[in-house]
Design a protein around this ligand. Structure first.
Ligand code: 6PG
Length: 248
Protein backbone atom coordinates (compact mmCIF):
# COMPACT_ATOMS: atom_id res chain seq x y z
CA UNK A 1 0.00 0.00 0.00
CA UNK A 2 1.52 3.31 -1.09
CA UNK A 3 0.76 5.10 2.22
CA UNK A 4 3.16 2.83 4.14
CA UNK A 5 6.00 2.63 1.61
CA UNK A 6 9.35 4.09 2.67
CA UNK A 7 11.81 5.44 0.13
CA UNK A 8 13.78 8.55 -0.62
CA UNK A 9 12.85 8.09 -4.30
CA UNK A 10 9.52 9.70 -5.15
CA UNK A 11 6.58 7.42 -5.87
CA UNK A 12 4.50 8.53 -8.83
CA UNK A 13 0.73 8.03 -9.07
CA UNK A 14 -0.81 9.14 -12.40
CA UNK A 15 -4.60 9.55 -12.62
CA UNK A 16 -6.78 9.89 -15.70
CA UNK A 17 -8.71 12.97 -14.57
CA UNK A 18 -8.77 15.62 -11.86
CA UNK A 19 -11.74 13.82 -10.30
CA UNK A 20 -9.81 10.54 -10.06
CA UNK A 21 -6.80 12.43 -8.73
CA UNK A 22 -8.96 14.05 -6.04
CA UNK A 23 -10.40 10.68 -5.00
CA UNK A 24 -6.94 9.08 -4.79
CA UNK A 25 -5.44 11.98 -2.82
CA UNK A 26 -8.43 12.08 -0.45
CA UNK A 27 -8.14 8.35 0.23
CA UNK A 28 -4.39 8.58 0.71
CA UNK A 29 -4.57 11.53 3.10
CA UNK A 30 -7.42 10.05 5.16
CA UNK A 31 -5.65 6.66 5.43
CA UNK A 32 -2.38 8.36 6.39
CA UNK A 33 -4.18 10.49 9.00
CA UNK A 34 -5.96 7.46 10.50
CA UNK A 35 -2.64 5.55 10.60
CA UNK A 36 -0.83 8.51 12.25
CA UNK A 37 -3.53 8.83 14.92
CA UNK A 38 -3.33 5.07 15.58
CA UNK A 39 0.48 5.21 15.83
CA UNK A 40 1.10 8.48 17.69
CA UNK A 41 -2.28 9.87 18.76
CA UNK A 42 -2.20 12.90 16.44
CA UNK A 43 -2.00 13.81 12.75
CA UNK A 44 0.05 16.89 11.94
CA UNK A 45 -0.10 18.24 8.41
CA UNK A 46 1.09 21.34 6.54
CA UNK A 47 -1.14 22.49 3.68
CA UNK A 48 -0.22 24.46 0.56
CA UNK A 49 -2.42 26.96 -1.19
CA UNK A 50 -2.85 27.32 -4.95
CA UNK A 51 -4.93 24.59 -6.56
CA UNK A 52 -4.30 22.02 -3.82
CA UNK A 53 -7.14 22.84 -1.38
CA UNK A 54 -9.82 22.39 -4.04
CA UNK A 55 -8.23 19.21 -5.45
CA UNK A 56 -7.96 17.74 -1.96
CA UNK A 57 -11.37 18.81 -0.67
CA UNK A 58 -13.69 16.68 -2.79
CA UNK A 59 -11.78 13.43 -2.31
CA UNK A 60 -11.06 13.97 1.38
CA UNK A 61 -14.64 14.84 2.29
CA UNK A 62 -15.84 11.79 0.31
CA UNK A 63 -13.31 9.49 1.99
CA UNK A 64 -14.40 10.59 5.46
CA UNK A 65 -18.04 9.73 4.68
CA UNK A 66 -17.01 6.18 5.66
CA UNK A 67 -16.78 7.30 9.30
CA UNK A 68 -19.81 7.92 11.50
CA UNK A 69 -20.23 11.54 12.71
CA UNK A 70 -18.97 10.44 16.16
CA UNK A 71 -15.92 8.67 14.70
CA UNK A 72 -15.18 11.67 12.49
CA UNK A 73 -15.41 14.10 15.42
CA UNK A 74 -13.06 11.97 17.50
CA UNK A 75 -10.61 11.53 14.60
CA UNK A 76 -10.60 15.19 13.54
CA UNK A 77 -9.96 16.33 17.11
CA UNK A 78 -6.49 14.80 16.61
CA UNK A 79 -5.60 16.88 13.52
CA UNK A 80 -3.05 19.70 13.83
CA UNK A 81 -3.03 21.88 10.74
CA UNK A 82 -0.22 24.19 9.61
CA UNK A 83 0.33 26.07 6.37
CA UNK A 84 3.27 25.07 4.19
CA UNK A 85 3.39 28.66 3.05
CA UNK A 86 1.11 31.58 3.69
CA UNK A 87 0.59 34.93 2.08
CA UNK A 88 0.90 37.81 4.59
CA UNK A 89 -2.64 39.08 4.11
CA UNK A 90 -5.66 39.24 6.40
CA UNK A 91 -7.01 35.78 7.21
CA UNK A 92 -10.31 36.86 5.66
CA UNK A 93 -8.68 37.93 2.35
CA UNK A 94 -9.49 35.88 -0.73
CA UNK A 95 -5.77 35.12 -1.30
CA UNK A 96 -5.16 33.83 2.25
CA UNK A 97 -4.19 30.15 2.04
CA UNK A 98 -5.92 29.64 5.39
CA UNK A 99 -9.17 31.09 4.03
CA UNK A 100 -8.98 28.95 0.89
CA UNK A 101 -8.41 25.77 2.92
CA UNK A 102 -11.07 26.82 5.44
CA UNK A 103 -13.67 27.43 2.74
CA UNK A 104 -12.83 24.30 0.73
CA UNK A 105 -12.72 21.71 3.52
CA UNK A 106 -11.42 22.68 6.98
CA UNK A 107 -14.74 24.25 8.01
CA UNK A 108 -16.57 21.18 6.70
CA UNK A 109 -14.68 18.84 9.04
CA UNK A 110 -14.95 18.92 12.87
CA UNK A 111 -11.32 20.02 13.31
CA UNK A 112 -11.09 22.28 16.40
CA UNK A 113 -10.25 25.84 15.29
CA UNK A 114 -7.54 25.93 18.00
CA UNK A 115 -5.74 23.11 16.15
CA UNK A 116 -5.52 25.16 12.93
CA UNK A 117 -2.40 27.28 13.28
CA UNK A 118 -2.58 30.54 11.35
CA UNK A 119 -0.02 33.32 10.93
CA UNK A 120 -0.42 36.72 12.55
CA UNK A 121 -0.61 38.98 9.47
CA UNK A 122 -0.33 42.14 11.59
CA UNK A 123 3.37 41.34 12.13
CA UNK A 124 6.17 42.39 9.78
CA UNK A 125 7.42 39.46 7.63
CA UNK A 126 10.51 38.49 9.69
CA UNK A 127 8.56 38.65 12.97
CA UNK A 128 5.62 36.83 11.39
CA UNK A 129 7.88 33.93 10.32
CA UNK A 130 9.59 33.83 13.76
CA UNK A 131 6.22 33.71 15.54
CA UNK A 132 5.02 30.92 13.23
CA UNK A 133 8.23 28.96 13.79
CA UNK A 134 7.72 29.30 17.56
CA UNK A 135 4.19 27.89 17.17
CA UNK A 136 5.47 25.02 15.02
CA UNK A 137 8.12 24.14 17.64
CA UNK A 138 5.64 24.43 20.52
CA UNK A 139 3.28 21.94 18.91
CA UNK A 140 5.70 19.64 17.07
CA UNK A 141 8.95 19.93 19.01
CA UNK A 142 12.20 21.70 18.18
CA UNK A 143 12.71 19.99 14.83
CA UNK A 144 9.15 20.60 13.68
CA UNK A 145 8.69 16.94 12.69
CA UNK A 146 5.24 16.59 11.13
CA UNK A 147 3.34 13.62 9.74
CA UNK A 148 2.69 15.05 6.29
CA UNK A 149 3.67 18.02 4.15
CA UNK A 150 0.94 18.28 1.52
CA UNK A 151 2.38 20.40 -1.26
CA UNK A 152 1.71 21.86 -4.68
CA UNK A 153 4.16 22.71 -7.44
CA UNK A 154 4.15 25.85 -9.55
CA UNK A 155 4.84 25.63 -13.31
CA UNK A 156 8.41 26.91 -12.63
CA UNK A 157 9.07 24.05 -10.16
CA UNK A 158 8.60 26.08 -6.97
CA UNK A 159 6.98 24.58 -3.93
CA UNK A 160 5.80 26.33 -0.78
CA UNK A 161 7.31 29.80 -1.39
CA UNK A 162 10.70 28.31 -2.33
CA UNK A 163 11.38 29.66 -5.81
CA UNK A 164 14.12 28.58 -8.27
CA UNK A 165 17.33 30.56 -7.74
CA UNK A 166 16.14 32.26 -4.53
CA UNK A 167 18.49 32.61 -1.52
CA UNK A 168 15.92 30.84 0.70
CA UNK A 169 16.88 27.56 -0.98
CA UNK A 170 20.17 27.74 0.99
CA UNK A 171 18.45 28.13 4.38
CA UNK A 172 19.76 25.56 6.87
CA UNK A 173 18.62 26.84 10.28
CA UNK A 174 15.21 28.45 10.14
CA UNK A 175 12.19 26.12 9.98
CA UNK A 176 9.97 28.98 8.82
CA UNK A 177 11.33 31.90 6.78
CA UNK A 178 9.92 35.12 5.41
CA UNK A 179 10.10 36.22 1.80
CA UNK A 180 9.36 39.73 0.59
CA UNK A 181 10.09 39.34 -3.12
CA UNK A 182 7.97 36.34 -4.09
CA UNK A 183 7.73 36.21 -7.90
CA UNK A 184 4.21 34.82 -7.45
CA UNK A 185 1.97 37.50 -5.91
CA UNK A 186 1.47 38.57 -3.24
CA UNK A 187 5.19 39.27 -2.61
CA UNK A 188 5.20 39.02 1.21
CA UNK A 189 4.88 35.50 2.54
CA UNK A 190 6.13 33.04 5.13
CA UNK A 191 7.21 29.58 4.08
CA UNK A 192 8.44 26.29 5.49
CA UNK A 193 12.09 25.68 4.57
CA UNK A 194 13.89 22.57 3.32
CA UNK A 195 15.15 21.56 6.81
CA UNK A 196 11.61 21.11 8.11
CA UNK A 197 10.27 19.62 4.85
CA UNK A 198 13.03 16.99 4.92
CA UNK A 199 11.98 16.08 8.49
CA UNK A 200 8.36 15.38 7.51
CA UNK A 201 7.45 11.71 7.93
CA UNK A 202 5.81 11.92 4.52
CA UNK A 203 5.84 14.47 1.70
CA UNK A 204 2.90 14.34 -0.66
CA UNK A 205 2.66 16.48 -3.81
CA UNK A 206 -0.48 17.08 -5.84
CA UNK A 207 -0.06 18.53 -9.34
CA UNK A 208 -2.66 18.83 -12.08
CA UNK A 209 -2.81 20.45 -15.49
CA UNK A 210 -0.60 20.90 -18.54
CA UNK A 211 1.29 23.87 -17.05
CA UNK A 212 3.10 21.39 -14.76
CA UNK A 213 4.15 19.02 -17.58
CA UNK A 214 7.38 20.73 -18.67
CA UNK A 215 9.07 20.59 -15.28
CA UNK A 216 7.62 17.38 -13.83
CA UNK A 217 10.36 15.14 -15.36
CA UNK A 218 13.01 17.38 -13.76
CA UNK A 219 11.46 17.45 -10.29
CA UNK A 220 11.06 13.66 -10.28
CA UNK A 221 14.83 13.49 -10.91
CA UNK A 222 15.39 15.72 -7.85
CA UNK A 223 15.85 19.05 -9.62
CA UNK A 224 14.21 22.43 -8.89
CA UNK A 225 12.82 23.31 -5.44
CA UNK A 226 9.90 20.86 -5.69
CA UNK A 227 12.32 18.06 -6.58
CA UNK A 228 14.41 18.76 -3.48
CA UNK A 229 11.47 18.73 -1.07
CA UNK A 230 11.67 15.04 -0.21
CA UNK A 231 11.15 13.29 3.10
CA UNK A 232 14.54 12.13 4.38
CA UNK A 233 13.16 9.20 6.37
CA UNK A 234 9.77 8.40 4.86
CA UNK A 235 7.93 8.35 1.56
CA UNK A 236 7.59 11.12 -1.00
CA UNK A 237 4.51 10.75 -3.19
CA UNK A 238 3.59 12.59 -6.38
CA UNK A 239 -0.12 12.46 -7.24
CA UNK A 240 -0.59 13.91 -10.73
CA UNK A 241 -3.16 13.92 -13.50
CA UNK A 242 -2.45 12.81 -17.07
CA UNK A 243 -2.02 16.39 -18.31
CA UNK A 244 0.75 17.05 -15.77
CA UNK A 245 2.31 13.68 -16.71
CA UNK A 246 2.21 14.39 -20.48
CA UNK A 247 6.01 14.71 -20.85
CA UNK A 248 7.06 11.77 -18.69
C1 6PG B 1 0.91 29.62 -2.69
C2 6PG B 1 1.07 28.14 -2.69
C3 6PG B 1 2.09 27.68 -3.69
C4 6PG B 1 1.37 26.69 -4.57
C5 6PG B 1 2.08 26.54 -5.88
C6 6PG B 1 1.27 25.73 -6.85
O1 6PG B 1 0.65 30.18 -1.67
O2 6PG B 1 1.02 30.21 -3.76
O3 6PG B 1 1.16 27.53 -1.49
O4 6PG B 1 3.26 27.15 -3.20
O5 6PG B 1 1.26 25.45 -3.94
O6 6PG B 1 2.28 27.82 -6.43
O7 6PG B 1 0.08 26.40 -7.09
P1 6PG B 1 -0.91 25.87 -8.18
O8 6PG B 1 -1.26 24.49 -7.79
O9 6PG B 1 -2.09 26.80 -8.13
O10 6PG B 1 -0.17 25.94 -9.48
Amino acid sequence: MAAEAKSSEPQLHVHASKDELSTAVGEHVSKSAIAAVAARGTFSVALSGGSLPKLLAKGLLAAYKQLTPEELKEHCSKWHVFFADERIVELTASDSNFKTCQDEFLAKLPIPRDNVYTIDPSLAPVACAAAYEATLKRVLGDEGEMDMALLGMGPDGHTCSLFPGHALLQETKLLVASIEDSPKPPPQRVTLTFPVLHKARQVCFVAAGGSKAENLPKVLKGELPAGKARSASGATHWFVDKDAAAKL
